[in-house]
Every structure is written in C-alpha cells, then in structure tokens.
Ligand binder design. Sequence first.
Ligand code: SAH
Length: 393
Amino acid sequence: MKKEIRLKSGKEESLLRHHPWVFSGAIASLPQNLEEGDEVCVSDSRGNILGAGHYQIGSIAVRILEFGVDTISDDFFIRRLSSAFALRRTLGLIREDNTCFRLVHGEGDFLPGLVIDIYGDTAVMQAHSPGMHFARHKIAEALTMLPDAKIRNVYYKSDTTLPYKAHLDPDNEYLVGNYDGNIAIENGLQFNIDWLKGQKTGFFVDQRENRKLLESYAKGRRVLNMFCYTGGFSVYAMRGGAISVDSVDSSSKAVALTDANIGLNFPGDERHHTHDVDAFKFLSDMESDKYDLIILDPPAFAKHRGAIKNGLIGYRKLNARAFEKIKSGGVLFTFSCSQAITKDMFRMAVFTAAAKSGRKVRILHQLTQPADHPVDISHPEGEYLKGLVLYVE
Ligand code: SAH
C-alpha cells in the first residue's frame, strides 16, 4: 500500500515549482509503519498528489523523484538514466578519446541522492540517501540495460556518503562484474582511476574543462599544482608545454597516483616533480617568483553552513600566500568546491587576499562545474564549484 505524507497547508509551494526537497517542518502527518528509505507519495493539505519520492529521517524528509505521480514506476531508473546518458552524448563527452564523465549528478539529473561517474566500462555509484541505497540493485541493473553505454561493471561505494545515523553500514562492492583498476581517458590523456581506494568515486571529473583551460596557459611556464590528488592539472600542464611542473599533496597516496599518471602519459619526463608535504608549509617555504602558473584546488574548507566563517579565512590565507609568491605576469587558477560558500563570498575572500598583497590582479575567467554536473534550475543548491583565473602583476 502507498505510504502517503500530507503537507501542512501552504507548504506545497516549493514542490509546485519543482524544488525536489520536502523539509520535515512542512509535514502535517506521517503514515504508520514508515521506515527510512521508504518510497512515499506526497500530497498537499487537501490530498492533491504532488509527487513520489524517498523518505528519510532528518531536515530533508523527502527527496522527490517524480512530480505529479503517486508511485515510482518500474521503468523510472531506466528512463532517467537514458535521459542522463543522452545529455552526455549531446555534450560531446562520449568519445574514443574521452571515456570518463559524470552520468548522474543528483538533483541536476532529477535523481536526488544519487551520483554516478563513468570510467570506461565501469560505473561507480554513490548513494547519498537511504532510498537510493535500497534501490541500488535496480539502478545497477538499469545501468547495464542502457543500450549504448556498454557498462560491464558497477561498483557501489557509499560507505562515506550515506547518513551515518541511518546505520546502513553499506559494503563497498561490485553489484555487477568485478574489475579492479582501470585506465580512463579524459580529453586524450590517460588516468589510472582507483575507485577502490581513491577519494569520492576515484577521480574529480568536475575539473575537466578547467584543466583544459589550464593547458592553454601552460606553454613556457613554471607550474605549481597545489592539492594535486591524481595530478589532473599537472598532466594537462605537461601536455600544454610547461617548462616544469611541481605537484604538491599532503597525502602520500595522492602523490603516488600523480606519479603514476605522469608516468602513463609522459614516461621519464624530467619536467615533473612531486612533493609529499602540507600545502601551507610548501607555500611558506618556497622562494618568491619561482612559479608563474599556480593552481589552488583545495578540499572543501566549509563542508556545511556552520563552517563558512572559518572556511573563508582558510581561502583568504591560502590565496594570500599565492599572491605573495607568484611571479609578476603570473596566472593563478584558484578554486573552492564548498557548496556552502557562494560565488560572491569566495570572490570576496580572494579579493581581500589580493588587496592585502598589494598586487595588481585582474580576473581573466570565472569558472564553474562542467555541464555533466548540471544544476536543476529549481534547485540552485546544486551549484558548488567556483573558480577564478587571475592575472597577477
Ligand atoms: N585538484 C585535484 C583535486 C583535489 S582534492 C584534481 O584536480 O583532481 C584535494 C586534495 O588535497 C586531496 O588529494 C588531499 O589529499 C589534499 N590535501 C588536503 N589537505 C591538504 C594540505 N593541507 N596540504 C596539501 N594537500 C592537502
């Protein structure tokens, strides 16, 4: 039987505008026997059906999967995944020289609570909601049924993404196939993707377009790639004709991944060096005027709204060090992936750092996440990646 959630009077407004979240404060009554992760039907105070989705305990109580229906139909996932795949084809991301991309970006693909990245014939899937966790086998099956995607392995990796309090304790495991290790191709460059041990799904596909832009600035420059992780920016800088590339990360695993990816694309190339050291220490210790192309792509400094203030201090300090040391005529690529920090806040933090350094700074490009991380216009919260490319005199 359908489990119906009734909203309080007047609380249907945001759903009528297709924002997919129902906050717990908007709910008038919950059905009996409701369990976390259940499929529910949401209606307004008069009983009119608004949509169907997944229930969860917490401030976001329901994530709507489909509006205007009372049940999720059997072909729901195949329909949504086919349409996500069609969009990536439209974007020109499915090519022989590009085999990795994000197939599902949560709300941006009308699949709240789900993220799927594709690496060659492997899909790496992360559930952010109990409902998606329970649907994982259905989703995996739908992935293998996509006619042109040729997905042979589906790896489920939700140990760190599901709400801790739900006590689901999911195993990271192959739901389909089993193939460890893969080389994916991004814009003709090869990358070892370690979804078993790597961060998130194994690779940050969201920097693809920004790495390509960096490549166009690399010729004849000395490049410093801070927070390099898999060395994505470094590999592009090498292809772009950099004189030298230094990659820095405080994780020895990340440094090893970077070395491996440089080795895959530029074996024996002596222009590249890795440094297993804290970024702030490296920037403090390094001599001035050594680098004229610097990338700052740190982890999210503000993971939630309560951390905004400290996060902004972090961005300010980090950027201030880069402004102090970058060579005149240098180009700085600086990023924030903190969803809680807006574009304006980030720009202000970078501006403050620039002003303090006394350098003359101009904005060349304002960057964001690529089109395979789309933002549902009804759900502006989906926007998270911000970047500035600055010319520093
Ligand atoms: N630029 C990367 C993604 C960066 S992810 C890309 O294009 O794929 C953030 C990285 O910062 C992680 O690899 C993490 O190990 C590293 N990191 C976190 N704190 C650090 C610190 N204080 N100093 C240096 N590296 C750090």
